[in-house]
Design a protein around this ligand. Structure first.
Ligand SMILES: *Cc1c(COP(=O)(O)O)cnc(C)c1O
Length: 246
């Protein structure tokens, strides 16, 4: 408990510093505590330490942990559950049933599966579209490596945005990205700033009233992400420690 509280406080202080450096309001940044792989007891400690946003990347863990924390702290426990991983379409139902925010919309089929289930359960799901701006082949996400110049890429992204907008139970929050693993700082910053440009393109193109939010930055790079405009940072190891490799 004390350990998680101490590391969560350390992360919060780093967020405060980075926001000050970026001349941004710290309240515009949501810390998603990435609790994937950690057991329920650890999440209970994290909750008691004050954390209210949890990020999971496996549907079975999302379901069990949400239910466990609801039985521990009640249904009005104030927790927002984020599903941050790539989603197989046959598992979309669980995300529609148990997540509040989904960060990785990467194709039309997922939008369709989510909306179908949400129209049955009557829930609303906030979503981010995952974009790949680095061109790294291992990365999922809509190809936005050259969005501003490529009509093909614009068309693909536009289709996903429009389908979300036409889905009554889905709310478009913004774009999500992952920086290349272990890349130099400049390259990482470039990925974040390119993602911000893509978000601006979507907002202009769709005449959105509000700017899109940006889910970017993890343990190793969240300060850079904040400098480049992140509104949601997804932090695991800096809060919970190293995960067991399974
Ligand atoms: C695991 C994971 C994170 C958190 O990574 P850390 O390095 O532990 O902070 C963030 N985003 C996604 C999509 C992840 O899968």
């Amino acid at each position: 408990m004390d350990e998680i509280k101490a590391s969560a406080t350390a992360v919060s202080n780093r967020i405060i510093q980075a926001s000050a450096q970026a001349k941004r309001d710290v309240n515009d940044i949501t810390l998603v505590a990435v609790s994937k792989t950690w057991p329920v007891e650890i999440l209970i400690n994290a909750y008691q330490a004050g954390l209210r946003h949890f990020g999971e990347n496996r549907t079975d863990e999302l379901e069990t942990k949400r239910q466990a924390l609801e039985s521990e702290f009640g249904v009005d426990n104030g927790i927002t559950w984020h599903f941050i991983g790539t989603l197989q379409s046959r598992k979309a139902k669980t995300v529609a049933d148990f997540a509040d925010v989904f960060h990785a919309v990467d194709r039309l089929k997922i939008v369709d599966r989510l909306q179908n289930r949400l129209s049955e359960n009557g829930r609303i799901l906030n979503v981010f579209i995952e974009v790949n701006v680095s061109g790294e082949m291992s990365k999922s996400g809509i190809n936005c490596t050259d969005l501003l110049n490529s009509a093909t890429q614009q068309e693909e992204l536009r289709k996903v945005v429009q389908m979300i907008q036409q889905s009554p139970n889905l709310t478009l929050q913004g774009l999500m990205t992952m920086a290349p693993w272990g890349a130099p700082e400049e390259e990482i910053r470039n990925v974040f700033s390119k993602t911000k440009q893509c978000a601006k393109w979507v907002a202009d193109e769709m005449s959105l009233k509000r700017p899109l939010q940006l889910s970017m930055g993890m343990t190793d790079d969240f300060e850079l992400a904040i400098l480049e405009g992140a509104t949601h940072i997804r932090v695991g190891r800096a809060i919970f420690g190293e995960r067991n490799k399974t």
